[in-house]
Design a protein around this ligand. Structure first.
Ligand SMILES: NC(=O)c1ccc[n+]([C@@H]2O[C@H](COP(=O)([O-])OP(=O)(O)OC[C@H]3O[C@@H](n4cnc5c(N)ncnc54)[C@H](OP(=O)(O)O)[C@@H]3O)[C@@H](O)[C@H]2O)c1
Length: 269
């Protein structure tokens, strides 16, 4: 099958990484469907589908609509997500549930909707947009990191399970990317954490602004979609170096390095 014939479904294509990926893949000849919870307002070079990853019905309707138009689905890209910000103690259970509902359960809903199609085809490639924080957890990003750590584990298991059906799974793991990503504030903020949270938030905003262009992540997703798929694709030099150090340094040394990295505000998102 040529790239021109492949059908791609990208969740969260209204901005940032999803939008850049949808536009790049459409320009490269893929048949691209991009999703948003409010797609009417957006005009781009790909087909829009309304989709809220927090709703089983919405996910099923979007996938069935795509299937009705194409009869096939080759590459679902699970990209929709946001950052729940704040110390673990000051995050409510509702904050945690909402974070997982989008960043992890949303991906599971998508997998359950697309796998029957890909099992029947005997082919497909699931691309999950994770993060460097799926390996290295920053302070005040515990819920977000937990959702990405979980996505990493889920994807590893899934990869081993669906290989027998000719389906591959890839994780794309960017460090800071300059996007208008949403960072939700904790609903039960505790004053004792305010200085640390504010400094971490400032660091997040500053580093994201200095981060890579979303097109850089889109190009890695294009590479994953056009070459023999690997399980993991770290994106960004700083994150890749941090990952390497995590593997080679003793834990206490790495944790000290990490504290320094985060407090001096130069690290991965
Ligand atoms: N920016 C970074 O530094 C960075 C680094 C590593 C990983 N990432 C990951 O990259 C992915 C994209 O983030 P981004 O930075 O490009 O953020 P973004 O610009 O805010 O884009 C997020 C997208 O997710 C969609 N979305 C959010 N909630 C949704 C829901 N419930 N159902 C369907 N779509 C939903 C939004 O679409 P609508 O609002 O239109 O529905 C939007 O298109 C996320 O998974 C994020 O964790 C980002």
């Amino acid at each position: 099958m040529t790239s021109q014939q492949k059908v791609v479904l990208i969740t969260g294509a209204s901005s940032g990484i999803g939008q850049a990926t949808a536009e790049l893949l459409a320009a490269k000849g893929f048949r691209v469907f991009g999703t948003s919870r409010n797609p009417i307002a957006h005009k781009h070079s790909f087909t829009w589908l309304p989709l809220d990853v927090r709703s089983d019905d919405s996910v099923d309707a979007a996938v069935q609509s795509l299937l009705g138009q194409t009869g096939q689905l080759d590459i679902p890209v699970n990209n929709a997500g946001y950052v729940q910000f704040g110390a673990v103690e000051e995050s409510s259970i509702a904050d945690a549930q909402a974070q997982f509902d989008t960043n992890l359960f949303g991906v599971i809903r998508m997998i359950k909707a697309v796998m029957p199609i890909m099992r029947q085809q005997g082919s497909g490639q699931i691309i999950n947009v994770s993060s460097i924080v799926g390996h290295i957890a920053p302070p005040y990003g515990g819920l977000y990191s937990a959702s990405k750590f979980a996505l990493e584990g889920l994807s590893e298991s899934l990869s081993a399970e669906v290989r027998q059906f000719g389906v591959s799974v890839s994780l794309v793991e960017p460090s800071y990317v300059n996007t208008p990503f949403v960072a939700q504030w904790p609903t039960t903020a505790i004053d004792d954490y305010t200085p640390g949270r504010q400094s971490a938030q400032q660091s997040l905003v500053t580093n994201a602004k200095k981060g890579m262009d979303p097109g850089a992540v889109a190009r890695v997703i294009l590479r994953a979609a056009t070459s023999k798929p690997r399980l993991r694709y770290p994106v960004g030099v700083d994150g890749t170096i941090a990952l390497m150090l995590q593997r080679v340094l003793p834990e206490t040394v790495f944790e000290a390095f990490k504290r320094r990295l985060f407090s001096c505000g130069k690290t991965a998102a």
